[in-house]
Design a protein around this ligand. Structure first.
Ligand code: FAD
Length: 372
């Protein structure tokens, strides 16, 4: 057995972060054994599993002039490459007519703000610029006529991404299976207990999202939930040819958004951000307010009374003080553990970037002992 064959990488967590990370590692280390262990997998709908509840789109919230912008930038490129039929970490999507099997599509977006640009949190402090301006094809400022009533300014994103999360998660899982990755469904109270059951593990990747708040040998108190409520509604007769977002600031409890999903995915209406709120219960008043705000923002939806509600969704974003934890922890357990959790409201749009960062950390930890 070669050095790489003797490696057993165990990944805890099968959300968008765990699955994407598994693909990057499997492609780089084809001879390593890889197992994903998780309580929830694609297809499950639980308040403990964030990924199915995301909107989702690519609209970066990063403005750190550093790693967060980098994660989103890398993911933007990987999404585009996948849509264009290119091979990304050994994965390739089948094109279907105008679309693809990924559940991922390009679309423009109007982002409208109710405060001057300096107060919205979209500018990178060091540069005073929107870092993704050219990435999205050159932002255009909306004219006064295009802006809704009382809005201060708006930006037209010529091209970004929207995601049918149900389809995309299944696609990630099918890619993992095609790469020979083993899936095991189990809940663990601690990393130690997991390692006890998988003694051949030589490297553990922790992609548990909010779960790291409860794992007894992690108990990351910097994690907290940010509750989000959305509605899935039927596609209106008038096609919605762009995404809409309106907010006082880029990150705000009252951000309103309308994301038409590809592949018959309906339209997602959002939203809300309620920090430290664990409730899985649907808030009826908030739901009505979301529908009202969305119909005002997106005329194609028509009147609130005309909306066909398909599902009422509640999800908990894995927010974390200080941002996502992506680092190697050595010495606490018998094997190194690479943490990759706490992606807050950006787990899709940063997924390939953080997975590639995990790969860098694994390469640093193992050097040449984990051969390519
Ligand atoms: P999860 O999806 O929660 O997966 C965690 C995994 O770990 C699961 O498999 C779980 O079973 C497993 N696990 C945890 N603990 C244990 C344990 N002890 N034992 C075994 N298994 C365990 N992001 C975007 O990029 N764009 C958007 O537009 C967007 N919109 C959003 C809108 C809403 C309303 C919400 C709620 C989120 C949104 N997000 C968006 C954020 C995104 O959904 C999350 O960042 C992402 O899903 C986090 O993925 P994850 O894999 O880290 O966590």
């Amino acid at each position: 057995m070669s050095a790489s064959e003797s490696h057993h990488i165990t990944i805890l967590g099968a959300g968008v972060v765990g699955l994407t990370t598994s693909l990057v590692l499997a492609n780089t280390y084809p001879a390593a054994r890889i197992t994903i262990v998780a309580k929830h997998f694609p297809g499950d709908r639980s308040i403990e599993y964030t990924s199915p509840w995301a909107g989702a789109n690519w609209a970066s919230m990063a403005h750190d002039n550093g790693p967060l912008e980098k994660y989103d930038e890398v993911t933007f490129h990987r999404f585009g490459e996948l849509i264009d039929g290119k091979v990304v970490h050994g994965c390739k999507a089948i094109k279907k007519g105008e679309g693809n099997e990924l559940g991922l599509g390009r679309q423009g977006m109007w982002a409208v703000f109710d405060a001057p640009i300096e107060e919205t949190g979209i500018l990178t402090e060091e540069t005073g610029k929107v870092w993704y301006d050219s990435l999205v094809g050159g932002l255009r400022e909306l004219s006064k006529e295009e802006l809704p009533k009382d809005a201060v300014f708006g930006l037209d994103f010529p091209s970004t991404f929207r995601i049918n999360t149900q389809v995309y998660l299944q696609w990630l899982q099918s890619q993992a299976l095609a790469k020979g990755i083993t899936l095991i469904r189990r809940h663990y109270p601690s990393v130690s207990k997991l390692l006890g059951d998988f003694p051949s593990t030589t490297l553990l990747i922790n992609c548990t999202g909010l779960g790291s708040l409860h794992l007894s040998d992690i108990l990351d108190k910097n994690l907290y939930p940010t509750r989000g409520q959305t509605l899935l509604v039927a596609e209106p007769k008038t096609p919605i040819n762009r995404m809409y977002l309106r907010s006082p600031k880029r990150i705000d409890p009252t951000t309103t958004y309308v994301f038409p999903r590809p592949l018959g995915g309906g339209v997602i209406l959002g939203g809300s951000r309620q920090d430290n709120d664990w409730s899985a219960e649907w808030d009826e008043e908030l739901g009505k307010d979301i529908m009202k705000r969305c119909c005002e923002l997106c005329p194609e939806l028509g009147r609130v009374e005309d909306l066909q509600i398909i599902a009422k969704n509640v999800g908990l974003r894995p927010s974390r003080i200080g941002g996502p934890r992506i680092e190697t922890e050595k010495g606490k357990w018998d094997v190194p553990v690479v943490h990759c959790y706490g992606h807050a409201g950006a787990g899709y749009q940063s997924s390939w970037g953080t997975a590639e960062r995990v790969l860098e950390l694994v390469q640093k930890t193992f050097g040449s002992s984990l051969k390519l």
